[in-house]
Write a protein that binds this ligand. Structure first.
Ligand SMILES: [Zn+2]
Length: 147
């Protein structure tokens, strides 16, 4: 689903890293090692290190340039906009969100999960690590357009 975006990120990762021969331990900007002729090269990011593949470069770029989405916070803000700030129970007045969370954490969690999967299927947020970290899709796209 996000393969197009992943492709752009991979391109960005290539642009922001340099081919590196681990055996000869130097950069190989041409994509082939001038010393040993190998094309089995790592990617090198200045100040970070070298490793095979681009997934770690993508992760590094996302982590340093974007802020992950705090889904719980976004969800809570949305609920706060939908419902009155406080709710009266008998003669007592409670913070609506707090009383909801405390009294039915399971229902709260279910709604949060639904919110999360809706945001993902609507293409608002995107994850490249199987759902541990989400980023705003438009921010990722902006980042890719700098490639
Ligand atoms: Zn080499």
């Amino acid at each position: 689903m996000n393969s197009e975006l992943k492709e752009k990120l991979t391109q960005l990762a290539f642009n922001r890293s340099i081919s590196f021969c681990y055996n000869c331990y130097h950069e190989c900007p041409s994509g082939r090692c001038e010393s040993c002729g190998s094309d089995d090269l790592m990617r090198f990011v200045d100040g970070i290190g070298c490793e095979y593949g681009t997934d770690w470069v993508i992760k590094h770029i996302l982590e340093t340039e974007l802020t992950p989405v705090d889904l719980e916070e976004s969800f809570e803000n949305m609920i706060r906009e939908c419902y009155p700030e406080t709710t009266k129970v008998g003669w007592m007045e409670f913070d609506t969100v707090t009383i909801m969370k405390e009294n039915d954490p399971i229902s709260w969690r279910c709604a949060l999960n639904e919110f999360e999967s809706n945001a993902e299927s609507d293409g608002i947020i995107v994850s490249f690590d199987g759902g541990s970290t989400y980023y705003r899709k438009n921010e990722v796209e902006d980042l890719c357009s700098q490639a």
